[in-house]
Design a protein around this ligand. Structure first.
Ligand code: ATP
Ligand code: MG
Length: 185
């Protein structure tokens, strides 16, 4: 089921959405030189107290009252450890949450990054009023996507229009491919 990194990141984005975030900033550094894929997800949602932060990545912790036990953060932490990386949560009640994780790019257990355009599209689809900044950086270049800029350009047209969603997905995936290209002569 949870195969690529994008699927894991989507789980973390969903947590931010559930926490009432209005702006979510996702930064990804994808570097061969440093053998790392590092990402951070920062939100301005309701945050967690110290005790909750301590147990948030425990597989038996959830503030859910129904169905399965919480696994989003626990999975991410486990994956980071398995893949020679790191994991940290920093949160303040009433201010927001920062989740940071990394994996070694060349570790045999590290899954593919996956389809980030699709991931962003799915997250945006769950609530178009939430804004996102995506920053993707490689050894060669950088791509930045900001829904606030897109919304301004769309002048009132909904992000949820199917053509717009598909355009967003493709725009992001193209931007990412471009950032991966070595443009030095
Ligand atoms: N960004 C966040 N802001 C505030 N609280 C959070 C955030 N992320 C996680 N939490 C808290 O940590 C708990 C554990 O999160 P986790 O994603 O591991 O499980 P879950 O969201 O409860 O369940 P599932 O992911 O299976 O739906 C959440 O229930 C929530 O209380
Ligand atoms: Mg979750």
């Amino acid at each position: 089921m949870m195969e690529d990194l994008a699927m894991h990141i989507l789980e973390i984005l969903m947590n931010s959405i559930k926490a009432g975030a209005k702006l979510i900033t996702l930064k990804i550094r994808d570097s061969f030189n440093d053998d790392v894929i590092a990402f951070s997800i920062e939100d301005d949602g309701k945050g967690m107290d110290e005790e909750m932060v301590k147990k948030a990545a425990d597989p038996f912790t959830t503030s859910r009252t129904t169905r399965r036990i919480g696994m989003g953060l626990a999975f991410m932490k486990g994956l980071a450890e398995t893949c020679g990386g790191s994991f940290a949560i920093d949160s303040t009640v009433g201010k927001g949450t920062l989740v940071q994780a990394s994996v070694q790019k060349l570790n045999i257990d590290t899954p593919d990054l996956g389809n980030l355009g699709e991931m962003m599209m799915e997250s945006i689809q769950s609530d178009e009023n939430i804004d996102y900044v995506l920053e993707y950086e490689t050894d060669y270049g950088q791509f930045v996507f900001d829904t606030r800029v897109i919304k301004e350009e769309l002048a009132g047209v909904s992000l949820l229009e199917p053509e717009i969603l598909i355009w967003i997905k493709e725009y992001i995936n193209q931007g990412i491919e471009q950032a991966k290209e070595d443009t030095r002569q």
